[in-house]
Design a protein around this ligand. Structure first.
Ligand SMILES: Nc1ncnc2c1ncn2[C@@H]1O[C@H](COP(=O)(O)OP(=O)(O)O)[C@@H](O)[C@H]1O
Ligand SMILES: [Mg+2]
Length: 279
């Protein structure tokens, strides 16, 4: 509770207190998921430490979104277990927030109402909502757009709103499903660095799914590479780049090495898949 209070104060004052944000550890053990006869993934085991960012890359259709939905408790798993903060996940649990690839905003609600939504669902009082929402709208740079509707905003602005909505509930776990895949390249870069800045000031446990190798290396403390059908974790690459990460990071030789390493793992998968198709 103390953590939550400090985190709200942080958002309101803009003062960063690095260790103040609530964060939870995630543990997956031998997790499997099927859709009918289709085995999506099998034997997925990994842990995400408190305030760690684990990036997951893998080809389209390998089950990244499915995996996040399982961690979020929206989908039932067929084997294994998922534990968040010592609590076994079997339905959505408080403190876990998701940011969606296609923003997932309510088109008929304003920015303010979209950001307030999760808080209302969590039973937060009107006064508290009135205090918190503007702080998070400002945090993502949308100050002045409280009354705008999603259709009036660019993709980048809509995703800022999606991010504010997720952050407003002060999650202990943030699940990001290719959050910047639907915005243009320049906006994507801006949002990546803004997310890193926000994370630096309030670090929380994060699972960051992307199909971009650069993005995975830039964000993650580790990168998990998913491959195969059913997919499994093929490789775990530790990203030992210093934080805070910024544009300089992208130019460092170590960044290039790590990117090549992830690339090589993913490409061997792509090549195998191509040859399977040709046979
Ligand atoms: N609700 C569903 N019912 C049946 N199959 C699904 C469903 N959702 C996804 N799939 C299939 O499961 C596989 C993994 O999908 P998804 O998790 O969306 O992959 P990714 O996010 O990595 O692109 C794909 O083959 C997809 O077609
Ligand atoms: Mg997906």
């Amino acid at each position: 509770m103390a953590n939550r209070t400090i985190a709200v104060a942080t958002a309101l004052t803009g003062i960063s207190t690095r260790s103040a944000t609530a964060a939870a550890a995630i543990r997956l053990r031998a997790v499997a998921k099927r859709y009918g006869a289709i085995d999506v993934f099998r034997d997925i085991s990994f842990e995400v430490g408190e305030r760690e960012i684990v990036a997951i890359v893998g080809p389209s259709g390998c089950g990244k979104t499915t995996l996040l939905r399982c961690i979020d408790g929206l989908l039932m798993i067929d084997a294994g277990e998922i534990v968040i903060d010592e609590q076994r996940v079997s339905s959505p649990i408080a403190g876990v927030a998701m940011v969606f690839q296609h923003f997932g905003l309510f088109p008929w609600k304003t920015v303010y109402a979209n950001v307030a939504y999760g808080l209302r669902m969590a039973g937060v009082s009107k006064d508290e909502i009135a205090r918190r929402v503007p702080a998070f709208i400002n945090l993502v740079g949308l100050g002045g757009f409280e009354a705008a509707y999603p259709y009036q905003m660019s993709g980048g602005m809509q995703q800022r709103c999606g991010l504010a909505r997720a952050l407003a509930v002060e999650p202990s776990v943030l699940l990001m499903d290719e959050p910047f895949a639907a915005v243009d390249a320049q906006t994507r870069e801006i949002l990546q660095f803004e997310l890193l800045r926000i994370w630096e000031s309030r670090p929380t446990t994060m699972v960051f799914v992307t199909h971009s190798i650069e993005e995975a290396v830039l964000m993650g403390d580790r990168v998990l590479v998913l491959r195969g059908r059913p997919s499994h974790i093929d490789e775990v690459i530790k990203i030992d780049l210093p934080r805070p990460r910024n544009r300089e990071t992208l130019r460092s030789p170590r960044f290039a090495d790590l990117r090549e390493r992830v690339w090589a793992t993913l490409m061997s998968e792509a090549r195998e898949a191509e040859f399977k198709l040709e046979r």
